[in-house]
Design a protein around this ligand. Structure first.
Ligand code: TYD
Ligand code: MG
Length: 489
């Protein structure tokens, strides 16, 4: 039998080349090709199935079958279950990505312990930490007495051999996929080929034995470590665990889910006893807003407030979330003004400053601009445009944004404010948190008025109307031309 030909896989994009080159021809990355020697036989775990020459025939079945919606297994951590679409689906694979140190191991140990407490059989396999480290963490989390099977292993062959039996557990956590290796591949653990090969084996095993496998993968914010990225198409669900290191909030975000909605988020708070679920994120994100001595959101108390902050009524997945958008606008001493944006898209900020300058006669763009979404949340909705504009204008004109008001709407390049979805849910959440007014996009003619208990909605049709409201001569709300729509309770 001829010796298997070596091939070279790019560690950045996964492209395969027959020859080594200094630069990947597919993605242009330098020095990223690593030799891969294809295995000469199937890995041991799969050997018994494909021992016949030519492999077993696959079976074809009809589209209609006895499949009644996927069964779900609740972990007992409601935020996690919701992000997964209502619980974990047996036989499926979940990839949990995130920066190192963000709390992935903590979350999964808590989930494993919660599932075990509910009677599930759980295996937690660590390739990264020592058994003692995990035990210490379990102690700290107060879950040390839960029946979780803990193992330190990194050979996929050993893992497959141990778990490939009828009494396999219900949940297997692999922490992390970058430390797992197949001994049939030559490359080092963590390389694209190892990550892909190891995941393939584990996913196959989970399907065969009907358990849930959770793969942990370290990914930097920019997705720089290519490893787990190549897994995104192989797994059923991709969750990203994110948050600013200095903040205690952590957000679990579904970016792909074959068994539920994407863009759903779960909010946690990192405490000294692990991650605590946050069932009402809005209250948390707005917690620091309260004026000393003043009622949160009490009307007409704007006098003591600082300018440059507006509350955005957003939607994350299916859930409304209120967050504060903060802006600081200062005269620039540099040729190119500084821009620092945390939690939002800087390209969109550039667009909004350009629209404010071109359509509203302001000169925002010439200043240094600092924009921050309070609480460490990252917002991707275009509906936040109007809130960002409100914070910027408020900072520029030094006019505090009314404390009892939320704002949302998408801004077009003409300066027109466009309607966005989920208006009802946004207004309801705002009313629930004690806000009394909302600045919203002007609705198409004939569709005026909306519900939202006791909330006054003020339609903003054009960005200049917002500017008029936040300019010193027009400080009194209601003095500009915008329509004011009273809403029946
Ligand atoms: P960890 O789960 O190890 O992160 P990852 O697996 O994503 O690399 O979390 C590590 C961080 O969490 C560490 O900086 C300490 C912090 N932490 C707490 O603040 N409280 C706790 O109860 C635990 C277990 C960790
Ligand atoms: Mg970890």
């Amino acid at each position: 039998m001829p010796k298997p030909q070596a091939r070279y896989a790019c560690q950045q994009c996964g492209a395969v080349a027959p020859k080594w080159t200094g630069r990947c021809e597919a993605c242009g990355a330098w020095n990223s090709l690593v030799e891969e020697v294809p295995r000469s036989g199937p890995p041991k775990g799969l050997a018994r199935q494909s021992s016949r020459r030519g492999g077993p025939a696959i079976d074809f079945v009809a589209l209609r079958g006895e499949t009644a919606g996927p069964p779900r297994r609740q972990t007992g951590i409601a935020e996690l279950d919701r992000v997964c679409g209502g619980g974990l689906v047996p036989g499926s694979t979940i990839l949990v990505g995130g920066d190192p140190g963000i709390g992935k191991s903590t979350l999964l140990l808590q989930a494993a312990a919660a599932l075990a407490a509910g009677g599930g059989a759980v295996a937690y396999i660590t390739g990264e930490e020592a058994i003692d480290q995990i035990r210490l963490r379990a102690d700290r989390l107060g879950v040390a007495d839960r029946p979780v099977g803990l193992a330190a292993a990194s050979s996929v062959r050993d893992i497959v051999d141990s778990l490939d039996s009828a009494d396999a557990p219900d949940l297997v956590v692999i922490d992390s996929i970058q430390t797992m290796y197949l001994d049939t591949l030559d490359s080092a653990p963590g390389t694209v080929s190892q990550v892909r090969g190891a995941a393939q084996e584990l996913i196959g095993l989970a399907k065969r034995r009907g358990f849930v496998v959770v793969l942990v993968g370290h990914v930097t914010k920019e997705g720089l470590i290519a490893g787990p990225r190549v897994l995104e198409h192989m797994v059923d669900t991709v969750l990203y665990f994110e948050g600013e290191r200095g903040h205690q909030f952590r957000i679990l975000r579904a970016v792909k889910n074959r068994y539920g909605a994407t863009d759903e988020i779960g909010v946690f708070e990192m405490s000294d006893r692990g991650l605590v679920e946050v069932p009402n994120p809005s209250a948390l994100f707005l917690a620091d807003r309260q004026e000393p001595g003043g009622e949160p959101g009490s009307p007409e108390e704007a006098g003591g407030r600082t300018a440059g902050a507006a509350v955005f009524a957003g939607i994350e997945g299916t859930r409304p979330v209120l967050v504060e958008v903060q802006a600081l606008v200062a005269p620039s001493l540099l040729g190119t003004p500084r821009r620092a944006v945390v939690g939002w898209d800087s390209t969109r900020l550039a667009m909004i400053t350009a629209v404010l300058d071109a359509r509203c006669g302001l000169s925002v763009g010439a200043n240094d601009i600092y924009l921050n979404i309070a609480g460490g949340l990252r917002i991707v909705e275009p509906a936040a445009d109007l809130a960002v504009a409100a914070a910027l204008v408020s900072a520029l004109t030094e006019t505090p944004f009314p404390a009892d008001t939320v704002v949302f709407g998408e801004i077009g390049l003409s300066g027109r404010v466009r309607p966005v979805g989920h208006t009802e849910a946004r207004l309801k959440e705002a009313a629930k948190l004690g806000f009394t007014e909302a600045w919203v996009p002007a609705r198409p003619v004939g569709r005026r008025g909306s519900s939202g208990e006791g909330l006054t909605t003020t339609a903003i049709g054009h960005l200049s109307e917002l500017v008029a409201r936040l300019s010193p001569p027009h400080r009194r709300i209601g003095s500009s031309g915008a329509r004011r729509v009273a809403v029946a309770p």
